[in-house]
Design a protein around this ligand. Structure first.
Ligand SMILES: N[C@@H](CC(=O)c1ccccc1NC=O)C(=O)O
Length: 250
């Protein structure tokens, strides 16, 4: 099922029957990514006395309650409400769902004890004005990212100038396969988040950051159409399901 999309002076062709899911599914066990020192998510049947809401236990329905944290347990999209004094809701911030997107792969470079994604690296990989959404796949891209315990791992992060470059390049939606665009332990500085949202100077209220995605290795770098959907929680962040469609040459 192919369709053509007119975007400024270009016509993009996509095949809707070939979606590329870059979300990590969230399960009620240890088979999830884990960050921010929480325990694993739980998906458990409601219980009342001897009654267990599970068909295999004699109930007429399966009826589970879910406990999880969007930032800690899987693919999630957040708005500047993640770092603002005032409450701001990602379900309001994200009010369009299709974006031109560019997928890039980057091997973070060593900087002292850390590994960082620098402005210099990004400048060679995408140019300003080329996409509404930027998807960063960090290398190496091991499948174990889908179940990785990131606690105390000091994962790679974006430098402040890299995040500023992304903002100044006109990127409204940033997606990455790490638990945060910032350093794990940074004493609350969150420099890349602040630079990307331009917070507190002039917050970009519709800009979002999606973290803990996983882009399969067989997906090549290049141009895509992104469909970004979230669960409709009134919260700074929500679980999300980014889907890519390869844009085909006409
Ligand atoms: N790096 C911050 C902590 C932080 O960013 C954070 C802590 C708990 C839950 C989520 C966090 N950030 C998510 O983007 C710090 O070291 O203070």
């Amino acid at each position: 099922m192919k369709t053509q999309i007119k975007f400024s002076n270009r016509t993009l062709t996509i095949d809707l029957s070939k979606p590329i899911d870059i979300a990590i599914s969230l399960s009620g066990d240890d088979a999830n990514p884990l960050a921010w020192y929480l325990s694993a998510p739980k998906i458990t049947p409601v219980k009342e006395g001897d009654w267990i809401a599970k068909v295999s236990e004699g109930a007429s329905i399966n009826f589970n309650s879910i406990w999880f944290n969007p930032h800690a347990h899987g693919t999630h999209t957040e708005c500047y409400g993640h770092i603002s004094k005032e409450f701001y809701n990602v379900n309001k911030a994200l009010n369009k769902y299709f974006f031109t997107a560019k997928l890039i792969s980057v091997a973070p470079e060593k900087k002292g004890e850390d590994f960082v994604i620098s402005k210099q690296q990004l400048k060679t990989l995408f140019s300003p004005g080329s996409c509404e959404a930027l998807i960063i796949r960090t290398l190496p891209n091991l499948k174990s990212k889908k179940q990785k315990n990131y606690n105390h791992s000091n994962w790679p992060y974006l430098t402040e100038s890299a995040a500023t470059y992304i903002r100044e390049a006109g990127v409204e939606h940033l997606l990455i396969d790490l638990p945060s665009v910032d350093k794990e332990k940074d004493d609350g500085l969150l420099k890349a988040h602040r630079a990307f949202w331009n917070y507190p100077k002039a917050p970009r209220k519709h800009a979002t950051i999606t973290e803990l995605i996983y882009v399969p290795n067989k997906i090549t770098d290049g141009d895509y159409l992104l469909n970004l959907q979230i669960a409709p929680f009134k919260n700074d962040a929500s679980p999300s399901k980014p889907i890519l469609y390869k844009t085909l040459a006409k």
